[in-house]
Design a protein around this ligand. Structure first.
Ligand SMILES: [Zn+2]
Length: 403
C-alpha cells in the first residue's frame, strides 16, 4: 500500500535561478540569508544580492531579523511576505457561489457563500461576485489596489486563455461571454477563469498535497470530472477538455443512456444523479447527490451498495488513467465523497487490482482534505501561481531593477 511511501519533493530551482526562482525557494516560509540563498542556487553572492533587493522592492519578501553570528555584524535573513498582496477567488457553481480573499500563501482572510443560480446569466452572477468581493475587501480593510488579481471558477468548459465559457450545458447566456473584460471593468485587476474541477484540484494540491507533483483530483458529485496536476501545473489539454472523464465508457453499462447522447458513460452510472435515479427506481426516494450522501450516512444498505459500486466504476476508468498518466496521488472529492469510505474503498479495490504494479507501487489514493472552500482557494491560487511564476516575475523585477 501507499501511505508511508517516499514522498516526492519539489524540484530545486536551476542554477540559472532568477529573482522568480529565489522567491520560489523562499515561498516555503523559511527565513534564509544571502549566503544560504547563494549556496542553494549556486549563484554568486552579488547576483543574489541584486535579486533579493528586487524582491524586497516589490514587497514580496521582507527582512525577518538577524541570525546568530560568529562575530561581526550578524547576517540578515529574508522570508516570503505572503501579506504583501491579496487575491480574490470565486467558485461559481451551478446553484451555489463561494468567495474567498486570501493572502499569497492561500490563507483565507475572509469568505462568503450564497445560493446563486448560474443560469441567471453572466451579468447578474458577476455583478454579485464584484459586489460581494468588494465587501470582503472592506471587511479585511485592504484596497482593491492590493489585489494581485481575481480568479474565477465556472461549472462548465472554459477557454482558459481568453476566460470565456465554451458551450456550457447548464449556463444559458454564458457561451462566449468575456468574463475577464466584464469583471476587470469593475475592479481593474487581472482576471483569470477556469472550470470548477481545475480550481478545486489546484486548491486541494496547494493546500493539502504540495509535495506531490502529479495529482489527479476527482470531483464525484452530480457529474464526474477530473482535474489534472502534471509536474505541479494544471494540465488542460489542447481544448481545455482534459480530465473530462465522465463520458468514458465503463464495461457492462451499454444499456444506460447518457445525457451526452452515448451509452455506458461513467457519469450515467456512477454520478450522484445516477445513484439517486437508481435508488428512486428501487422505491427509495432520492432527489440528488446530497440525498444519496444522507442515505449512505444513515446506513441505507442499497445506498451504500450503490456508492461502493460507483467507486468501482470510477476506479475502472481511473485504472486506465493510472497506467497512462502515472500519478503520484489520486484525491477523491466532491459531494459524493462525503458519503464516507465506501466510494474511496471501491476506487482502491479496482485500481490496485487493474493497474500495472509499477504505476501503483507508490500511488496514494486519499480523500480530499480542503473541503468546500477548495474551489475558492484554488481560484485564488491560479492567480498567485500565474503572477509569481518564476519567468514572469523575473521579467517584472528586471524591469523594476533596470529602471
Ligand atoms: Zn456521456
Amino acid at each position: 500500500m501507499t501511505d508511508g511511501s517516499p514522498v516526492p519533493r519539489r524540484p530545486a530551482p536551476s542554477a540559472a535561478a532568477g529573482a522568480g526562482a529565489l522567491l520560489q525557494l523562499l515561498r516555503d516560509g523559511t527565513p534564509r540569508t544571502r549566503s544560504e540563498l547563494s549556496a542553494l542556487t549556486g549563484l554568486a553572492r552579488s547576483t543574489v544580492t541584486g535579486r533579493v533587493d528586487a524582491l524586497l522592492a516589490a514587497g514580496l519578501i521582507a527582512p525577518t531579523g538577524e541570525t546568530a553570528s560568529t562575530g561581526g555584524r550578524p547576517p540578515a535573513t529574508f522570508a516570503f511576505n505572503p501579506a504583501a498582496r491579496i487575491v480574490l477567488g470565486a467558485d461559481l457553481g451551478a446553484t451555489h457561489a463561494r468567495l474567498a480573499v486570501t493572502d499569497l500563501a492561500g490563507n483565507v482572510l475572509a469568505a462568503t457563500t450564497a445560493d446563486l443560480d448560474i443560469a441567471l446569466g453572466p451579468k447578474a452572477v458577476l455583478d454579485w461576485t464584484v459586489e460581494h468581493g468588494l465587501a470582503l475587501l472592506a471587511e479585511v480593510e485592504r484596497p482593491a489596489s492590493d489585489l494581485l488579481g481575481i480568479g474565477i471558477g465556472l461549472p462548465g468548459p472554459v477557454e482558459h486563455d481568453t476566460g470565456r465559457a465554451v458551450n456550457p450545458p447548464i449556463m444559458p447566456g454564458w457561451d462566449g461571454f468575456d468574463v475577464p473584460a466584464y469583471v476587470s471593468e469593475r475592479i481593474p485587476v487581472p482576471v483569470m477563469v477556469d472550470n470548477d474541477v481545475n480550481i478545486m484540484a489546484l486548491g486541494e494540491h496547494f493546500t493539502a498535497w504540495p509535495e506531490y507533483e502529479h495529482l489527479l483530483f476527482i470531483k464525484a458529485a452530480t457529474g464526474i470530472g477530473c482535474g489534472i496536476i502534471a509536474a505541479g501545473q494544471v494540465y488542460r489539454g489542447a481544448q481545455g477538455a482534459a480530465g473530462d472523464m465522465g463520458h468514458i465508457r465503463v464495461a457492462g453499462a451499454d444499456d444506460v443512456h447518457c445525457r451526452c447522447g452515448n451509452t455506458g458513460c461513467l457519469e450515467a452510472v456512477a454520478s450522484g444523479a445516477a445513484i439517486a435515479r437508481n435508488l428512486t427506481a428501487q422505491g427509495i426516494e432520492a432527489g440528488g447527490s446530497l440525498d444519496v450522501v444522507e442515505l449512505a450516512r444513515a446506513g441505507s444498505v442499497p445506498a451504500l451498495r450503490l456508492v461502493r459500486q460507483a467507486g468501482r466504476d470510477i476506479g475502472e476508468v481511473l485504472a486506465g488513467a493510472v497506467n497512462f498518466f502515472n500519478p503520484s496521488i489520486i484525491v477523491i472529492g466532491g459531494s459524493l465523497a462525503l458519503a464516507g469510505d465506501h466510494l474511496i474503498a471501491g476506487v482502491r479495490e479496482v485500481i490496485y487490482q487493474r493497474s500495472l504494479p509499477l504505476a501503483t507501487r507508490h500511488l496514494r489514493i486519499a480523500a480530499a482534505r480542503t473541503g468546500e472552500s477548495s474551489g475558492a482557494i484554488g481560484a485564488g491560487v491560479m492567480v498567485i501561481e500565474h503572477a509569481l511564476d518564476p519567468a514572469r516575475l523575473d521579467a517584472i523585477t528586471e524591469i523594476k531593477t533596470n529602471g
